[in-house]
Write a protein that binds this ligand. Structure first.
Ligand code: ARG
Ligand code: ZN
Length: 891
């Protein structure tokens, strides 16, 4: 692929940044709200930015009907301004301008769920990234920060609740059954943080005392009938507020903080100032509808959005190329929040492993595909396509590397300096790096490459032991593959946390020439900055086993040739729990790759007893946290195994993995049963770390037990399904039953269980999403079955959660079926991308990415994927969103 020839439609370039021609000081808005039609009056006080090269007054707008436009009290005539597509330009405007704009919009026709839209009779906004321009003409860019006052008027019966950012300063009744609420946000903010919610909602509320003694009103707003599902979100919010006070010294700056849940939402949630809007998936929970994973997800997303109040809102982004400035940092903060709440060393490691799994499986794959982009991209066509795992998760890894390099205290100093310097400003990633460098005195010049260069670096390791001199040399060599538009890469600044194990698996004291100050430490962060570098360790009395990249200290691939015995030593002994897990994954991957190749060659499959025994020891090691054992016993996913191949054979990978799972069960049945029985959590459901860990290990055991057809184990699953006292256990059992490869009678029973589940939960949208998800990812669900499920009355493409539950899960998480040799999966994909394109471009573009890696498949599949991509690409009225994704895939 020649990358410099990639041409994408109307790309916006980072280097073209021009400061806004006008600043906006205040915005006063008046809304006359209605589902079919809403009238928006907007009065902006603006002033020329003399430092800008832009002389015109420039506004953005989309799908707006312009009713009136007045400048300094005078109605503008057609000749006074120009509208060109989404730009309204007023030349020769004076330095001081009061602009009054009235627009009319149609929320119920807005299926894009961006801007102001209708959801079950309520009105909701989503303005990030560029949704505010669908509400009024505005300099809709994050570096324009203004103070907002918002007057909401609506029918009191249909819209009894009227919310916006900041503080409620007035409310009352109007004529004709209408009422109003007036809101004032005391902080200046970019337009993407604007929000309003109007409709029939109820709330759980509480006064919460802040560190300074001030009290804040906390509210969680949901649809009627859902007040039995808000406690966990409220608890999570309170924990978030406390945590940010304690860990970063950052206090809530408002008297009122609201969370609103909606079932129609494109993403997870949104940090609008004082009025966070959430997907119901990240708010609603009780033991009968939510799993342990849902509880954890809610806690981290509530934290994430709350933490944005400082990292994102008080200090925001200059332009959208800097998105990771707020997202990478805020993901790092929410990861630390979750880890701190668990508290224990293994608890932290479990969280770290879960995060790294996502990074490797999704972000490494993105970094190796046609949409690869730096953490701070240089160009985009549609910014919504850049809310990616690279911006979020790799961005968080970049922030974590500062933490690793600087240490806890200096990192905190850097954060303090960053907030102090830039409060109330819209800044760049470089400003964050500068704050970290200035507060610690460290040279972080080279570190900049983590922002500018895309691709996952590889670090290869060669070691040499000299018994006579008692020296041990570790030679690290880094490289980074070509990515679109970036042919050559320069070396990264890579922190490699490491230790050396002796033959008993004990850490030995480290005496590295380059780090004299840390002599004798057993854990060292060595810094790889050159293309190749050798680190010498002295006083090494016998050849050690290196434990490198502990706690996954950098987002790189580590190429190192370990023997099985060395991995066994690390697996059983490494003082770094992440690397214990890593050793197990390496052992498993090695076997899974070999078995996949054996299948392709038509050879007999077998697994060595040594590996099975290593798993047995881990499974039965009562000294290990059950959550950690669950991770150790979970095989790399099919997507992860695929990364080890140049050409991916999804069916062979699936068969190989299933073979290993069945073999494990065959050998460890008694052990698994024992674990299953001894990790029950009777009594009231509690989403605490200890009970969650037990359930996760117990349910992993169950899924293994049902891997190997047997009458008694089937019944185990069936009984758990019927008698489960919480959704975690119920769903785990149903998943195992659905994938059970048993007799006809057992299949009938599994189907009955699925029907029963649907009936019991048909009023709970989030549970019905699980019902679709479970079937979408079942081994036996083929394209035809998905088409059948799409006909189910409960299925709809217009709701993103529902579309994701069936369609996205099938295309992204059921590879052996999606990549059916006849190409039927791709045909379905193309149909659905085209259908979604008309409804919701953002959601369509996400689905469009399922074929990103098409060049990694055998030529036969490639041709069919290419044809499907071309079919989408040739569609009339293709959104920018989808066009960008498919054109990059085809480039
Ligand atoms: N800032 C939000 C968050 O990370 C995500 C908003 C994404 N919105 C979008 N239209 N892409 O919490
Ligand atoms: Zn965020």
């Amino acid at each position: 692929m020649r990358n410099d020839t990639v041409i994408t439609p109307q790309a916006i370039l980072r280097q073209d940044y021009v400061a806004p021609g006008y600043w906006v000081d205040t915005v006063e808005m008046g809304f006359d709200l209605g589902l079919k039609s809403t009238l928006v009056a907007n009065r902006m006080v603006m002033r020329r930015n003399h430092a800008s090269t832009e002389k015109d007054l420039v506004l953005s707008g989309e799908s707006l009907k312009l009713v009136q436009l007045r400048l300094n009290g005078v109605k503008l005539k057609k000749a006074d301004y120009q509208i060109d597509g989404e730009t309204l330009r007023i030349p020769n405007a004076p330095d001081e301008v009061t602009l009054e704009i009235t627009t009319q919009i149609q929320p119920s026709k807005n299926t894009s769920l961006s801007g102001l839209y209708a959801s079950k009779g309520n009105l909701i906004t989503q303005c990030e990234a560029e949704g505010f321009r669908k509400i009024t003409w505005f300099p809709d860019r994050p570096d324009v920060m203004a103070k907002y006052t918002v007057m909401l008027r609506a029918d009191k019966k249909k819209f009894p609740v009227l919310l916006s950012n900041g503080n409620l300063i007035d409310e009352g009744d109007l004529d004709d059954g209408r009422h109003f609420a007036k809101w004032e946000d005391p902080f200046k903010k970019p337009s993407y943080l604007f929000a309003l919610v109007a409709g029939t909602l109820v709330c759980q509320e509480e006064k919460f005392k802040l560190k300074s003694g001030r009290k804040a009103l906390l509210q969680v707003w949901v649809e009627e009938g859902n007040l039995d599902k808000t406690q966990h979100a409220m608890d999570s919010l309170k924990k978030s507020i406390r945590w940010d006070e304690e860990r970063f010294g950052l206090e809530l700056d408002l008297d009122r903080f609201m969370i609103v849940a909606t079932g129609d939402f494109n993403m997870g949630a949104m940090e609008n100032k004082g009025l966070n809007i959430f997907n119901t998936k990240y708010v609603l929970a009780n033991s009968s509808i939510a799993t342990d994973i849902d509880y954890a997800g809610i806690e981290s997303v509530v934290g994430h959005e709350y933490f944005h109040n400082w990292t994102g809102n008080r200090v925001t982004c200059r332009d959208w190329f800097q998105l990771s400035l707020k997202e990478g940092l805020t993901v790092f903060r929410d990861q630390e929040f979750s880890a701190d709440l668990v508290g224990t060393t293994t608890g932290r490691a479990v969280k770290r492993i879960e995060d790294v799994r996502v990074l490797r499986q999704v972000q490494f794959s993105e970094d190796a595909g046609p949409m690869a982009h730096p953490v701070r991209p240089d160009s985009f066509v549609e910014i919504n396509n850049f809310y990616t795992v690279t911006i979020y998760e790799k961005g968080a890894e970049v922030v974590r590397m500062y933490y690793t390099l600087l240490g806890h205290d200096d990192f905190r100093k850097g954060m303090d300096l960053y907030v102090e310097r830039h409060d109330g400003q819209a800044v760049e990633c470089d400003d964050f790096r500068a704050a970290m460098a200035d507060s610690s005195g460290r040279d972080l010049t080279q570190f900049e490459r983590w922002y500018s260069q895309a691709g996952t670096p590889r670090v290869s390791v060669v070691t040499a032991y000299d018994a006579e001199a008692q020296t041990y040399d570790i030679k690290l060599t880094q490289s980074c593959p070509t990515t679109p538009g970036q042919e050559k890469k320069l070396p990264f600044h890579i922190p490699v946390a490491m230790g050396l194990l002796d033959a008993d698996g004990k850490d030995i004291p480290l005496y590295c020439d380059d780090y004299p100050a840390q002599a004798g430490a057993t854990n060292l962060v060595i810094e790889l900055t050159a293309a190749s570098q050798t680190f010498r360790f002295n006083k090494v009395t016998s050849e050690p086993v290196p434990s490198l990249l502990r706690n996954f200290s950098a987002p790189v691939v580590l190429d190192i040739d370990y023997t099985d015995e060395e991995l066994g030593l690390l697996l059983a002994n490494d003082s770094d729990p992440f690397n214990r897990w890593e050793a197990g994954q390496r052992l498993a991957t090695r076997r899974l790759v070999k078995l996949t190749k054996a299948l392709q060659a038509g050879e007999e499959l077998s697994i060595d007893d040594w590996f099975i025994n290593a798993l047995r020891n881990t499974l039965n090691d009562e000294s290990l946290d059950p959550a950690f054992r669950e991770l150790m016993l979970t095989l790399p996913s099919e997507a992860m195994i695929a990364e080890a191949f140049d050409v991916v054979d999804p069916q062979a990978i699936h068969t190989a993995r299933q073979f290993v799972r069945a073999t494990i069960t065959r050998h460890l049945k008694a052990d698994l049963l024992h674990v299953y029985e001894t990790h029950q959590t009777p009594g009231k459901y509690r989403p605490d770390a200890v009970s969650m860990a037990k359930r996760s290990l117990k349910n992993l055991a169950l899924s293994y037990l049902l891997e190997w057809a047997d009458e008694s184990t089937f019944d185990l699953g069936y009984v758990q399904f019927k008698e489960a006292a919480n959704m975690t256990d119920r769903l785990a059992a149903l998943a195992a039953l659905t994938n059970f490869n048993g007799t006809e009678k057992q299949k009938k029973k599994s189907e009955k269980a699925l029907r029963r589940f649907f009936k019991d939960f048909k009023k709970e949208d989030l549970v019905i999403d699980k019902w679709f998800m479970l079937q979408a990812t079942a081994h036996t669900t083929d394209v035809e079955k998905v088409r059948e499920l799409m006909q189910h009355p409960a299925f709809t493409l217009t709701n993103p959660n529902r579309a994701r539950s069936l369609v996205f899960n099938f295309c992204n998480a059921n590879p052996s079926q999606f990549h059916a040799p006849d190409g039927s999966g791709y045909a379905l994909w193309a149909e659905l991308v085209i259908a979604l394109n008309k409804i919701n471009p953002q959601v369509a573009a996400r689905l469009a990415r399922s074929l990103d890696r098409w060049k990694k498949y055998p030529v036969g599949l490639q041709a069919q994927m290419k044809a499907a991509l071309q079919k989408v690409s040739a569609t009339k009225k293709l959104s920018k969103d989808v066009a960008e994704v498919v054109s990059k895939a085809l480039a």
